[in-house]
Design a protein around this ligand. Sequence first.
Ligand code: C5P
Length: 205
Amino acid sequence: MIIAVDGPTASGKGTIARALAAHFGLPHLDTGLLYRAVGRQVFLDGGDPDDPADALAATAFPDALLADPHLRDEDTGGLASRVSIHPVVRQALFERQRTFATRPGGAVLDGRDIGTVIAPEAQVKLFVTASVEARALRRWQEMHDRGAEATLEDIAANLRRRDARDMERKDAPLVAAPDALVIDTSALDRDQAIAAAIEAARTAL
Ligand code: C5P
């Protein structure tokens, strides 16, 4: 059983994917972390994220980088969305994601193109979304709890930029698979979003 969870930044897809993995006893892969590691590695190499060759070289990042707390930074998210535009980068990360998705016993993956490109055969496809305002507020709260400073306006502008880049790219753009179930979490709290996702997954199975 493959569960694909796609959606924009701060939509709640990570929380939902982790909860589904726990509920169904499946391993979980946050594929955004792979793109973040590439973005971080380009930065560490002093490379140019917009240069396909520099970005491709960074896909050989060491596994230990996946535990780097800087991967969660807003700046790294921006770099990730820039390197993820290059088809060579997406190809380089494809096999790793595909192997995880097709593990015997099943898996939960979350990202942008799981239901469309990585595992189009997934039995459960969820597209988790929320308004920019709701997502900005969540991101602000998260940053505030960590002691990081940012205004709501800056966060919202950043989200809009990331959304536009992810949706407008030619290769594997952020889009709901035609057979995905859309969950809008704008008006849902964490528990309600998880309950809606479990219910949707049960219905799809
Ligand atoms: O989900 P997260 O915010 O960690 O993803 C960071 C960036 O990585 C996204 O903005 C997107 O550009 C890219 N990404 C992608 N395909 C995925 C997962 C993430 O292009 N499957």
